[in-house]
Design a protein around this ligand. Sequence first.
Ligand code: SAH
Length: 222
Amino acid sequence: MTRVLRAQVGTEADVIAGGHVFHAVVAAVVDAHGSSEVRFNLIAELDSAPALPVTLVMCIYKFDHMEWAIEKATELGVSSVAPVIARRTEKHLALAAEKRVERWRRIAHEAAQQSRRSDVPLIHDPMALAERVRAASSATRLVLAEQERSTTLRTALEESIAAAGSEMATLEIAIGPEGGWAPEEEALFDANGWRAVSLGPRILRAETAAIAALSVVASQLE
Ligand code: SAH
């Protein structure tokens, strides 16, 4: 704050504290022992938009793409991300995922601050896809599938919102790995009440599918 942003007494800033966003003014800058401390007066709490009630169940794929997707999903308001290991997740990525999760959490944290979110999306520990697919849930559960031709994400959402009445529909949306879903995974989704939905006739990369899906959800719920 003091070196890069040159904060001085009177500098205005938005501050996230205790899960709330405040408009604030720097009250004091204390320099001591080579480090400085900036004290704020919190002036007024700002309205911060609640997260989209969406969990992305994201098959682990190339880490640089995955990190990008987590950052963008956070900006778009995702509530949580569940990284999962699918049949076609590359083995070395599956093995390395456990050590990556802290980095993913950091990325989500920074992206949340950047986009003035008062909350930080929860990034779950990686788990096997089947475990997540079978887990009990009251959410509407949708699986993005490029082979699906009849139901679009949009129509599935409209139906789910209509069925939920005044209650806000919560959603889980699963996105496949670069190689797509294996046939037994499609059967597993089906057997556990997940509905296959399409994002249109073109095949998207997983990270593009994540961003596109969240945009469709935001346009319906916000
Ligand atoms: N098997 C594909 C690639 C999979 S794309 C291929 O032929 O190369 C990765 C994931 O993105 C898919 O598993 C799916 O979940 C999602 N996806 C990509 N395009 C989609 C579309 N048009 N509709 C719905 N989901 C899509």
